[in-house]
Design a binder for this molecule. Structure first.
Ligand code: P6P
Length: 305
């Protein structure tokens, strides 16, 4: 049994990044506890993207920001739940952390799995950078029947840990990889097939080919399904309601793109540009995303762009 801190040290992950990941892991433990004990009520407020907030969204955001402040290694944090980034006064480190504290929180009342997503950047100037240039690590927590913590440090692979009965994250899978082709598909935003004939044809192709549909409406469990099966494609194209796509570049798509490229997969926008090469224009920037098995993603973009 290997604890995640020991494992990362053996992988040569430097002390301050390991310490930052330790605080992120603590926040995942506290959020997990609050989910099992917490109130699934909605608030009469909305987040910076205009989405209805749950009490658990606000609580999760507070848990994470407290842990990141305690780490003293994050100089700047940017949350999907907050309008603007927060600069800490006297940090020891110079990292920025971007995060979606509780992605898919609207699924909590249906008792479906949800998650938290984190990107760790070696710059505090997020506007104007790209994931390729400054995103050095990404991780997510999945709150399901088991609590899973997946970490990718740039150039060091993708590794999976599970929370045990005494609150430690132990290694369960080293070097997760994604095959070039897949039998699974996770087609998001099916509403847009009413107006986008190319997306309709793409989804119909997947159905005709006898592919297996796996889609829950939660990006974290839907993408974790692809990583855990080692194959799959997740798609969320743009439409009239979301002309730039629904999912956020900094809080969801860049972190998952680093993870999937590290696992040998691909993550492209609807024009076929790697998400990691997209310049950050504004904090809550949205982007269409096709991510997963490399050949499947490339084939899908050829059909839809
Ligand atoms: P739709 C959840 O609200 C989320 O942000 C992602 O977790 C998920 O992939 C997507 O939206 C689901 O969107 O349009 O299917 O509800």
């Amino acid at each position: 049994m290997q604890f995640f801190n020991h494992f990362l040290r053996e992988k040569g992950v430097k002390n301050d990044l390991r310490s930052l990941l330790y605080h992120i892991a603590r926040s995942i433990k506290y959020i997990n506890f609050s989910l099992r004990a917490g109130n699934t009520a909605k608030l009469d407020s909305s987040n910076a993207s205009g989405e209805e907030q749950m009490k658990l969204d606000v609580l999760s955001d507070k848990i994470i920001s407290n842990e990141l402040e305690k780490s003293e290694l994050a100089a700047v944090i940017a949350s999907e739940e907050q309008e603007t980034p927060l600069k800490f006064s006297a940090p020891r480190g110079q990292y920025a952390v971007t995060y979606d504290p509780l992605d898919g929180s609207s699924l909590v009342d249906a008792n479906l799995a949800i998650g938290s997503i984190f990107g760790i950047w070696d710059t505090t100037d997020l506007i104007g950078t790209t994931g390729r240039k400054n995103l050095i690590a990404a991780c997510y927590g999945v709150y399901g029947p088991r609590v899973i913590f997946v970490i990718a440090v740039k150039g060091k692979g993708v590794h999976e840990f599970e929370l045990n009965d005494v609150g430690e994250f132990c290694l369960t899978h080293e070097n997760r990889t994604v095959a070039l082709e897949s039998k699974y598909f996770a087609p998001g935003n099916l509403r847009c097939t009413r107006s986008d004939d190319k997306y309709l044809a793409l989804v119909q192709d997947w159905i005709r080919q006898g592919r297996t549909l796996r889609y829950s409406g939660g990006m974290v469990p839907d993408l974790h399904h692809i990583l855990s099966k080692g194959q799959g494609i997740f798609s969320y194209p743009r439409d009239e309601k979301y002309p730039d796509g629904k999912l956020r570049l900094l809080f969801e798509c860049d972190p998952f793109s680093l993870i999937f490229e590290e696992a040998g997969g691909a993550s492209l926008n609807q024009e076929g540009t790697p998400i990691l090469d997209m310049k950050v224009e504004e904090i809550h920037q949205r982007v269409p995303i096709f991510v997963g098995s490399k050949t499947e993603v490339e084939r899908a973009i050829e059909k839809i762009k």
